[in-house]
Ligand binder design. Sequence first.
Ligand code: ME8
Length: 505
Amino acid sequence: MSRPNYYVTTPIYYVTDQPHIGNSYPTIAADILARYHRQCGYDVHFLTGTDEHGLKVQRAAQEHGVTPQEHADNVVQRYHDAWKLLNISHDDFIRTTEPRHERVVQMIFKKLFESGDLYLGEYRGWYCVPCETFLAGGEEQKPKCPDCGRPTEWYSEPTYFFRLSKYQEPLLKLYEEHPNFVRPEFRLNEVKSRVREGLRDLSVTRTSLEWAVPLPFDPKHRSYVWIDALTNYISAVGYGADEEQFRKRWPADVHVVGKDIIWFHAVIWPALLMAIGVEQPKMVFAHGWWTHNGKKMSKSKGNFVKPDEVASQYGVDAVRYFVMRELTFGLDGDYRDAAMLQRYNSELAGDLGNLVFRTLSMIERYFEGVIPDPASEPTCPLADGATTLYADVNDCMTSLQFSRALERIWEFVRRANTYVEERKPWQLNKEGAREKLGATMYHLAEAVRILGLLIEPYMPASAGAIRRQLGLPPETRPLQEALQWGGLPKGIRVQRGDPLFPKKE
Ligand code: ME8
């Protein structure tokens, strides 16, 4: 039987920026979705990449005295290094300067032109270079960019327009028929009300831009960076080149994006797909924005939270855990150094680390490291908890409620720690109640095994350490089956390691 497919994407990051906690956030979220779906038996395709064209890159390269391609080649390496450090398991990394991508951008422009959805006109207006967005308003207005507040530049030149106005009704129908298309719901409502106000045709080419994909039928004109960028989601999976791969992968299950780029993904992208006759992705999920100790992160303030710096202090898994646990995915929040330390010490070192360490220590102490037979008590109160846990976690994962999933998993961690206090293995040992002690230790080890599986998408390295300490081979069964209570074989030898999360000051 063939496995179901799952295709998840991140935004492709500008090579004018570099990795920080903000752009690591959607990447970690997408990684968790990819890992979870692999665990559940899906054939997963996880795409990330870099956005390498546009005026911003052209200018950054000039400043550094290199060609735009050289500039992109330098910066892309920082993303590769960061994703490696953060244990990101992408299946593909697309760069918009690759021929496999540029070909598709050109093909799309040709298609749009032939169908009449692209026409030549005159663009006059204001352009925000850092945000790569065009603004309405006459020449006398000199508007500031509504997103970043910086001054804009005046442009006037012939341009091709994409007939976005034609898609107002079809888009509203799409949102009506597929309310999951944009999540969270409040973002969908914002998008709907803006679309209801009306859509203007979109200027999608520039003659003044050198560092962009030329139109095949009019090469003086080059692609506006957003049409180029959005196309990555289909060019990377064979659109127009490998029909079999494209049919297998598309539509995407979820595009994870920041709230700043929801308009492009919830309006322009679906309109473009309608225009070229391609099926819509199933979901665009917009996450919120991080500040740092209450302040917006920016180059001028130099206050970016750097994942490598936090990881060198707490470990990679703790970074992944913290960003997913701290914020409700979809809402804004603040990265506070004190909150990181607090969650690390109480939830990772105190709750989970302690449970794993004491369980394995007691099995070594009381049973020479061999998992005992639970025959005298084949079930225990933890078993019921584990059954409902899977259903809850699965609901959370399919609706991208990462923080809630972790909260549920930690209820189980705490329940298992309470079980230790209730059963008092040290006392059972003193009393010589071997069977009861054996059952207790088996059930605790089983709880640890199950926790290892459930935290795997979030903290893959710690999950691997738990599995190895329990003496288990890599899990090959689909998650739901692997989570069945009693899956831990008796008689295997455990090997306690160092504490997973040593306490920090
Ligand atoms: O917009 N908090 O690329 P980009 C949370 N190339 N998320 C943040 C963040 C913060 N402080 N800062 C950045 C682009 N992000 C385009 C995308 S997609 C076809 C093209 C995240 O390098 C957030 O997800 O500016 C945002 O959408 C993404 O980084 C933008 O990265």
